[in-house]
Design a protein around this ligand. Sequence first.
Ligand code: ATP
Ligand code: MG
Length: 389
Amino acid sequence: MTPLRDARAVAVLGGGQLGRMFVHAAQVAGLRVTVLEPDAASPAGAAADHHVVAPYVDTAALDDLAARCAAATTEFENVPADALRRLAAHCRVSPPAAAVEVCQHRAREKACFAAAGVPCAPHAVIDSEAGLAAAAAATPSLLPGILKTATLGYDGKGQVRVDSAEALAAAWQQLGRAVCVLEKRLPLAHEISVIVARGRDGHTVHLPVQQNLHRDGILAVTQVPAPDVPAATAEKAVARARRLADALDYVGVLCVEFFVLADGSLVANEMAPRPHNSGHYSIDACDQSQFDLQLRTLMGWPLAMPRLHSPAVMLNLLGDLWFDGASPAPREPDWPALLALPGVRLHLYGKAEPRRARKMGHLTVTAASAAEARATALRAAALLGLPPF
Ligand code: ATP
Ligand code: MG
């Protein structure tokens, strides 16, 4: 018997923290959420109304979701695009599979930047010995560089810094001779990101520009408003992110990361076809969060321009905070000391096992002024043993 489609049921592919926060936003709006995630103990699965424990490519599970749910989205960048296509045959799906395929592959992503007239880092694609030789010949202009795998990289994984043609060849071996992009290492003054939400009718809204600090390739701190970025640069970043969303005929939430170079110029780094770690502050500091925007675009609800009601600083809480120097056994950080600070909101993702470099949660500090938010966030960082920013 075919199950009855529930107009207030939505599905999300992926069980991580982004899915968990989407579940929360959808439930606020009275929707029922099914999470498809192969891991039985996942952050989103724990929050969802239903958790289907199956691989993303399980066709029976996908068909069952499509039959029950009015709409489906993803929180996981590397979800197989064919899973989205299969769902799209029966229910509303955003983001579109084709856009996800572009964002999943650094070489396609760079080609998309070029086609949309959005500058990105000088680079070369390495997919063969010949490509390696060609890149090595071009190396004077691309070195020092960063060799990045074209697919499946995140949080700085799948990246090797290279300073010479020899190091490049060794790095390509180290990365398993996978398709890679060699990028010139640029003199970054700052990093920023823009989150846009585009509806099926092409109407697009955006969150204010975020300024991001990475440590060891992982986002550490996000500040909004961006303290060091001129308004004209921020406007340019928003215009470029919108242009990319238009070029992809995108529906959903798209995050575009940019570098601001020492000379003030703006270079696109990469795109994520989903809400992004740098947008988490929007839950506490904006009248609509990035997850509310994901929901609105998915459901075809109107998009109103979000407003930042408080300056905010977000600190990522990695598993490292659970380990103090000598002891191999993890222990909880001193949350009560943090919560005693004004304007602190603690988000934990419900992950059972803390591991170094694993995203366990974040905290957002909001305040009446950016200076106050920053001062409190610096105190929070000091309490946690994190470096100042
Ligand atoms: P994410 O977790 O955001 O998906 P990722 O692993 O895909 O990260 P990138 O965003 O490509 O990695 O790079 C991670 C960080 O490394 C950047 O935020 C930046 O700090 C630094 N970086 C990357 N590419 C360059 C470059 N071409 N020049 C200088 N620094 C770079
Ligand atoms: Mg990145």
